[in-house]
Design a protein around this ligand. Structure first.
Ligand code: ATP
Length: 416
């Protein structure tokens, strides 16, 4: 019988990775449980405080001859490999009959966009009699169920290569240039591998987890081909996951703003943005549901210059997650630009040159033509910003954020 197995919350900041544990399980049950299709790496609400890093959970479909045996093996793998000693690691594994997976769709939708309680997961498990394994407080059941239920209308693939276990926690040996070369050759079918402007190789994590690199793209064959050009230490295993990376699945539209959710909201800039210590840039927009504070934090790097160019009256659409009553910007769409004026000395009506001050309170004059004027003039300035979409650079991008290169919209200011 076919089952979706969903797993979550097995890792900690000290190590491990749920995708790796899922692969160990796929391998351990392969004699009596055939994997069907690709495993899925599903990112859930990126603002959840319990997350270790990217709030990812994994599911895969297997044709299982023996469910009890699979559960026993999963239990052994979790006990042996999960970071159970970490207070924040609370694994959950679910075994959902294939025909029941659609019943978890709305739960998954909420796990990606909203905040759930462990009781919500328990309630679903009981209602549908879902076999499961739960450890410590069992919070991982939320992600485990959601990874099974997520309905991927939009998706990309991620090819992940893993290190040999004896290498875990040690510095990774990679030739960074080979990742730039890969990007040069395969972008945009493969994207967010490197950040050219900020000199960061996004594909190689800096954490002590088993992952050597992860390459994202739209096409499986091209992903497989592309990694031939990478120069790195030898990898132990690799796998391709279907994921909701780069899909904006976390974004909610047109609702009242709540903490720990991610939104797309239209509003008018109330006042010119301002910097605070640390290089974070803040401003407020007026929306149909009241004022909203938005921020481009220091890690968003060059994107802050876009934000700094906004002025009072600009009409924009902001995308990002709300925490501490502030929307953390992922991208913006400039819908219309307000006119910007500067006060200047008037020009001479004869020679056209800018007049100079004739002395305090005495207006302006042109020495050459002897013309006079009494007031400064308002001149419309050219705006550096244009209408259209602007995004944070790859090094500041969230897994779920849809890069502009994947968006079929006009006037994209793509950051590669
Ligand atoms: P990694 O990305 O390295 O796999 P992680 O960032 O995914 O780690 P987890 O260790 O999986 O972090 O911890 C996230 C926890 O939050 C899990 O227990 C998961 O079930 C739970 N969780 C996920 N989404 C929600 C949500 N929307 N509401 C409440 N809890 C959630």
């Amino acid at each position: 019988m076919r089952f979706w197995i969903g797993i979550d919350d097995t890792d900690s900041v000290k190590g491990m990775c749920t995708t790796y544990i899922a692969l160990l399980l796929i391998d351990a049950i392969k004699d009596f449980g055939e994997l069907i299709g690709f495993p899925r790496l599903i990112r859930l609400n990126p603002t959840i405080p319990y997350k270790t890093r990217g709030n990812g959970a994994v599911s895969f479909l297997v044709d299982l001859e023996d469910l009890d045996k699979a559960m026993e093996i999963a239990d052994e793998i979790i006990k042996r490999h999960a970071e159970l000693s970490d207070e924040k690691t609370n694994p959950g594994v679910v075994f959902v009959r294939e025909d029941k997976a659609p019943l978890l769709r709305s739960f998954a939708e909420r796990a990606i966009k909203d905040v759930l309680k462990i009781e919500d997961a328990i309630e679903i498990i009981e209602r549908h009699s879902i076999p499961h394994l739960s450890y410590k407080n069992g919070r991982g059941l939320i992600g485990a169920l959601a990874s099974v239920g997520a309905n991927l209308e939009d998706f990309v693939y991620e090819l992940i290569a893993y290190r040999f276990p004896e290498k875990f926690g040690k510095p990774r040996v990679v030739d960074e240039n080979s990742f730039y070369e890969l990007d040069f050759k395969y972008y945009p079918t493969i994207f967010d591998t490197v950040d050219w402007c900020n000199n960061v190789v996004m594909a190689v994590p800096g954490t002590p987890c088993p992952v050597l690199f992860g390459i994202r793209g739209e096409n499986v064959e091209i992903l497989k081909e592309s990694i031939k050009m990478l120069k790195t230490e030898k990898w132990d295993k690799k796998a391709i996951f279907i994921t909701n990376h780069a899909t904006d699945m976390h974004i909610v539209e047109g609702e009242e703003i709540k903490e720990f959710r991610s939104y797309r909201v239209v509003g008018r800039v109330m006042k010119k943005p301002y910097d605070i210590i640390g290089g974070h840039v803040f401003f407020e927009i007026g929306t149909k549901n009241g004022n909203l504070t938005c921020a481009a934090f220091e890690p968003t790097k060059q994107f802050r210059n876009v934000v700094r160019d906004l002025i009072e009256g600009d009409l924009i659409e902001v995308y990002g997650s709300v925490k501490s009553s502030t929307l953390n910007l992922e991208k913006i769409r400039v819908i219309s630009l307000a006119k910007k004026f500067a006060e200047m000395n008037p020009s001479c009506p004869i020679c056209g040159r800018r007049m100079e001050s004739a002395g305090k309170g005495q207006g302006f004059r042109c020495k050459k033509c002897k013309t006079k004027a009494f007031e400064k003039i308002r001149v419309e300035m050219r705006r550096k910003l244009e209408t259209g979409f602007y995004e944070v650079p790859p090094c500041a991008r969230r897994h779920l954020t849809k890069p502009l290169i994947r968006m079929k919209v006009e006037k994209r200011h793509v950051f590669r």
